[in-house]
Structure formats: C-alpha cells, structure tokens
Design a binder for this molecule. Structure first.
Ligand SMILES: Cc1ncc(COP(=O)(O)O)c(C=O)c1O
Length: 389
C-alpha cells in the first residue's frame, strides 16, 4: 500500500498524536501541532534529482501532507545567489542571499500560505482568519482569493497602510486593531469566537511551517553538495527558524545532509527581542516583551506562540540569537539595494546587521559560508525601508 504523503500530527506540548486527515488548529491542550511525515515513504527519493527539478510540494510530496500541491501560484524555488559586493562590505568572503522577494506576493510567507490554505480547502474550512504583522496578510489574501475563501484579517494599528491596501485589493476584509501583534491576535480571536472561521495565524495550524520547511530544502539542495556554515534568519513569530530546523532534521534522517550541519542565527530588532532575551538568559521559554518598538514590522512580535520551539531549535542547531538596532537594520537594507540590487524590507536589512554583529563578536568567521534569508521586499521604499525619512 502506498503511504505517499501520509503522516500524523503531534502536539509539541503533550505529545498526543492526531490523524492528519482532520482539520485542526491547536491541540486540545493548547499546544502547537507539528506534521510528522512518514520518512520511510521518502527513502527512494534522490536528492540530486530533486535539486535539479527544484524542491517543492510535487517533488517532495512524500514528505508533505497528501493535498499539499493542490494550491500553487508559483511560489518557492527563489533565487539563491552569491553576494560578493555585500560580502566585501560586511567582511565575509562566501556570502549568499536567498531572495524571497521573488515569491508571488513578494515575501517568504507564500509557501506556507499555499500549503495551509490548500489544506484548509481540502479539509472543507468554511472561511479563514489571520492576525498578521503585514506580509502574511497580503500572502493569505492572495491565496485565499485563488482558493475562493473569504478571509478576515487583523493588523496592528501601526502597520503601514500599504499592507492593508494590498490585502484588500485581493479581497480580504482587513481591520486595523491593537498596538502590536499580540493585541491584534487577541482582537481577532474575540471577533471570530463562536464562528467557524479557521485561524491561520502563526503556528495556530501546522501547515504553514510545512511550507516554510521547503526553504531549508531549497538552501541545502540549492548549494548541491556544499553545506553552509550558517543560515541567518530574521525572526518574529519564528516560522522560518522552526521550518528550516525541521527540514534539516528530516534531511539528516534521510542521509541527505553530509558533514557538519548548518548553524542557525536568529536576528531580532533590539526594540522587540523576546527570543534573544530568553536565549541569553538560558531560558527554555520566551516571556512577553513589554513595549515592542521597532520599525521592522515583521519582527515586532512581542510574545511568539512558538517561543519554546524557536529556543529548542537554536539549542539543537548550535545556534545563536542576536538583536540589532533599527539604524543598523536601515543600513543593511540600503546595502542590499545599493550593492546587490535587492529591494529588501527592514527584515532583510536585519539579516545583514545580524551577520555583521556576529562577525564582530567572533561567532561567525570571515571565511565561513553564510546564507542570509531576505524575507521580503520594502513596501515603503529602499532608501528608508522603515519609512523614517
Ligand atoms: C518580511 C518578514 N520577515 C520576517 C518575518 C518574521 O517571520 P517568522 O519569524 O515567522 O519566520 C516576517 C513576519 O511577518 C516578515 O513579514
């Protein structure tokens, strides 16, 4: 019997498993769920073939839930390219950029939304809802439109209006509410209480992470037999860290990752750094950041639901968490544009600022192979990606 794409869902808190055929958000105990593929079904895959064709829901179907490939708008397999000019400016000889701006809605949210919304449709969700710092709302609106879903979105009041305009243009109903993502999420849950709307907010369903894990496959298979020393990830809710870590674990189990696995560096804005604080204090869980203050919207996540999962991934991946100031974030985004012609948003700038800090501290060495995730474009311009001028 074929087991292609069959797996189960496991709760990260109580370890209870659930059938992946059901439409599920959080576990009954409130914990987040993780999809566990049947790795035996993927043993016949040849990573070189996949590298040639491109990792994605079709080529990696046995590592994903059955219906994963039902909704696609051409997301993923984004450019992974050497960045010698930026490398010289930063002081790293082997620097690479994974340019997520090439995705259909302009950010790394698309693989996750394609999967989560495709799965919600396959599981007959009546309508969808999402609290978002911006980009996830735009992405969800695009994929909801493609799948024929009604989508209700809440964004924090201070989110630049361009995100709401773009989400509305694709048919989402958007409300601006709450001072930060934690408050926007609380407002969303209050509004949809008693409704059948399926909540797609970060880690409140398991499949956005499955989409994000494809970034890890793309980086490792994209460099063919070379394994980078570091993957640098701007971090808010932590889906990229959690997804990339999951990909690395799966590839290790499949024997696709040779040599020392990459270490993960998580970059946050100094004005909202709950993961960095917990990491530096050697805590296993994050505590809410009291007054989030940063112009890097995607990183303004004061109380990530998956805080313990991020910290756990960093621990297992010999990782590190580092915070950077907004002025260095702006400088990083300007360099991405000026030196590499990548019109990055502030979060991409944070990757650059993060690598610079880690180099100065001697954590990253100048001759190591480093991949920066450039998670999205700038909605307010490349000269002042935070809209501060
Ligand atoms: C452009 C951008 N980068 C990074 C992030 C942080 O994402 P996460 O920590 O969930 O991977 C976000 C989240 O909204 C974002 O929009």
């Amino acid at each position: 019997m074929s087991h292609v794409g069959r797996g189960s869902l496991r709760c990260c808190r109580c370890s209870k498993t659930t059938d992946s055929d059901q439409r599920v958000g959080l576990c009954g105990c409130g914990g987040t769920l993780v999809y566990e593929p049947d790795l035996d079904a993927a043993r016949g895959l040849d990573p070189d073939d996949i590298a040639r064709i491109g990792p994605g829901p079709r080529t990696l179907s046995s590592l994903l839930p059955e219906q994963s490939c039902f909704l696609t708008l051409g997301e993923g397999n984004t450019p992974l390219r050497a960045a010698p000019s930026l490398g010289q400016a930063v002081g790293i000889t082997d620097l690479w950029l994974k340019d997520e701006i090439a995705n259909p809605s302009g950010s790394f949210k698309d693989r996750g939304m394609a999967l989560a919304i495709g799965m919600a449709r396959a599981r007959s969700a009546p309508s969808l809802a999402l609290a978002t710092a911006g980009n996830a709302g735009v992405s969800a609106a695009l994929y909801s439109r493609a799948a024929g879903f009604d989508l209700y979105v809440v964004m924090p009041e201070i989110t630049p209006p361009v995100f709401a305009h773009r989400a509305r243009a694709w048919g989402a109903r958007v409300e601006m509410g709450g001072a930060d993502l934690a408050q926007a999420g609380a407002l969303l849950r209050e509004r949809i209480a008693g409704q059948e709307r399926f909540d797609l907010s970060t880690l409140r369903e398991p499949y956005r992470v499955e989409g994000k894990k494809l970034i890890g496959y793309e980086v490792i298979l994209g460099l063919r037999r070379r394994v980078p020393d570091w993957i640098v990830l701007p971090t808010g809710g932590g889906t990229a860290v959690i997804g990339v870590d999951k990909a690395l674990t799966e590839m290790e189990k499949l024997g696709w990752l040779q040599g020392t696995p990459p270490r993960l560096a998580c970059v946050q804005a100094a004005g909202c750094a709950p993961v960095v604080r917990a990491f530096e204090n050697r805590q296993a869980v994050t505590s809410a950041w009291e007054k989030p203050e940063t112009g890097a919207w995607g990183l303004r996540v004061p109380a990530p639901l998956g805080g313990s999962r991020i910290l756990d991934a960093l621990k297992r991946r010999s990782g590190i968490a580092v915070s950077v100031e907004d002025e260095d974030i702006i400088q990083g985004a300007r360099e991405l544009w000026g030196l590499e012609r990548v019109p990055a948003g502030p979060e991409g700038g944070a990757s650059v600022a993060g690598v610079r800090t880690l180099l100065k501290r001697g954590v990253i060495r100048f001759d190591q192979c480093v991949v920066l995730l450039i998670t999205g474009g700038s909605p307010v311009g490349v000269d002042s990606p935070l809209g501060l001028e």
